[in-house]
Design a protein around this ligand. Structure first.
Ligand code: HEM
Length: 483
């Protein structure tokens, strides 16, 4: 036998060994490993591919809620190394008591996996430090100073809707406005006004490429999580770099003492920690994504749900009318007034229960834990499912899937430990008070100033990639002035 033949025989033997080992490991993990006792579709225990296909078609959340949990219970094995949990105690154990850090997959969402950001941080020391530096921008005390800035954007919203009604003239159902689009524009402008020194002009012009580019940016980042090899094909687009770069340049050229907004806090952070401009870009882009799509989706779902429950809408209107006798572009209520209104806050809480901005959060555990009597070994990926906990009849009663703001009026009866609209523990939403400020002002403005009419039989299909959204980014509502 020649040397060449020997060489190929060795290579072949080696490849066969690799394949045999892979097949053995896969079958062992699926049928005999520690996770094998956890119920779930066996096919999914053999490969990630089945779940990834559902993730990238946006329907993974539906499959989880309507197929996996009902069939297998509150703990389900969904991939070779991954499980889903929806039990409130299990979720709390993972994200609060044990405070496990986010799964490595979050690192792939970053521009550069080496550079962590607040949302995608996978190591505790980095997260603690970044959170400490950025927290002042979201402190409750500081929020009061944001109220007038949010009003600037609410004013634009009123002007835009008023103009549309006046221009097109009210027909039977009022003038059609895509509520999803206009509210996303509102949240983008608000993040611009409060965080980057000036609104982006989204509401009034509606032509800015930002939302499309941000949406595309999210899609690309998500696709990168399939494999790092995809990164060269799905990198961040030039537009977003330039957009953030221009904002940085403008702020650095300002001679007057700058506003202490998120941008300034990030720039101050640069002085203290010496991070690069690209890392600033990462952090700022994250605020645009986390602060707009989430809030836009949640407020839209609250409006749409209210329109489908006219008696609740009337009840809310009655409360608001008493607390805020008149409303207009230059006459908007203060947050201090709105945050005390019981029914308004009940509507918001209830809507966030049914339609949270994040259906769950992922952790990779770095030590063994016991959940529901199963030993979950270190290294397992756990997806904590808020959506299922929010809709569990065990916690919320038989009407768990219905919109009942009244349940929030008797706070003693609320299972708060099964409510995670802003997650919980060290990785909870840093922007939650800010988001609620926006939420209260916009619901009040829309309900008090306009007669809104639901247009039935529209597509309300929700898909979730990074964050949930309406599949076709559209829901038309009939708008007219209230008499
Ligand atoms: C209704 C609106 C909002 C909802 C329901 C919401 C919900 C959440 C949830 C559930 C998380 C945890 C995500 C995870 O673990 O993967 C989160 C994290 C985060 N949110 Fe929000 N969010 C909202 C608005 C905002 C706004 C307005 C901002 C900023 C301007 C923001 C910034 C962030 C950031 C930076 C994180 C990561 C925090 C950390 O890991 O320390 N969010 N949000």
């Amino acid at each position: 036998m020649s040397i060449t033949t020997d060489f190929f025989t060795i290579i072949k033997a080696f490849l066969v060994l690799v394949v045999v080992r892979y097949v053995y490991n896969t079958i062992y993990k699926a049928y005999f490993g520690p996770l094998s006792k956890i119920p779930g579709p066996k096919l999914f225990a053999l490969s990630n591919i089945f779940f990834d296909i559902k993730l990238f078609s946006g329907v993974r959340w539906k499959f989880t809620q309507f197929v996996l949990f009902p069939k297998y219970g509150s703990i389900v094995r969904a991939s070779p190394e991954g499980i889903f949990v929806s039990d409130r105690d299990d979720i709390r154990k993972i994200i609060v008591t044990e405070d496990f850090q986010k799964a490595p997959r979050y690192a792939l969402i970053r521009r550069d996996p080496q550079h962590e950001t607040l949302f995608t941080a996978t190591t505790k020391p980095f997260h603690n430090e970044r959170r400490r530096l950025l927290s002042p921008a979201f402190a409750i005390k500081y929020l009061a100073s944001l109220d007038p800035l949010v009003k600037v954007c609410a004013r634009d919203l009123i002007i835009k809707i008023d103009q549309t009604i006046e221009k097109e003239g009210p027909n039977v159902s009022g003038v059609m406005i895509n509520i999803y689009e206009i509210l996303l524009n509102f949240t983008l402008d608000t993040i611009g006004e409060t965080a980057f020194g000036g609104k982006f002009g989204m509401i009034l012009t509606g032509k800015h490429p930002l939302p499309g580019e941000v949406g595309e940016g999210v899609r690309r980042r998500l696709l990168r999580t399939i494999s790092p090899l995809l990164k060269p094909f799905f990198g961040d687009k030039e537009f977003l770099y330039k957009f953030v770069d221009d904002i940085l340049k403008k702020r650095r050229q300002e001679t007057n003492p700058p506003r202490k907004d998120i941008l300034q806090i990030v720039l101050d952070m640069q002085k203290e920690s010496g991070i690069s401009d690209l890392e600033i870009f990462d952090q700022m882009l994250e605020f645009i994504i986390a602060g707009s799509d989430s809030t836009g989706f949640c407020i839209s779902m609250a409006v749409i749900t209210l329109l489908k429950h006219q008696e609740k809408l009337q009840k809310l209107y009655d409360e608001l009318k008493t607390a805020v006798p008149s409303i207009g572009p230059d006459n908007l209520p203060d947050h201090e007034t709105l945050k005390r209104l019981p029914y308004l806050n009940a509507v918001i809480n209830e809507s966030l229960r049914l339609y949270p901005a994040t259906f769950g959060t992922g952790r990779k555990i770095d030590k063994d834990v016991i959940l529901k009597g199963y030993l979950i070994p270190r290294g397992t990926y756990i997806a904590n499912n808020f959506y299922a906990a929010h809709r569990s009849t065990e916690y919320w009663g038989e009407d768990a899937n219905e919109f009942v703001p009244e349940r929030w009026l008797d706070s003693g009866k609320i299972p708060r430990d099964a409510y995670f609209p802003f997650s919980a523990g060290s990785r909870n939403c840093i922007g939650q008070n800010f988001a609620l400020l926006e939420f209260r002002l916009i619901i009040t403005t829309l309900v008090l100033r306009y007669k809104m009419v639901d247009i039935p039989e529209q597509d309300l299909d929700i898909v979730q990639f990074l964050l949930p959204r309406l599949r076709n980014r559209k829901y038309n509502v009939g708008f007219a002035f209230r008499k």
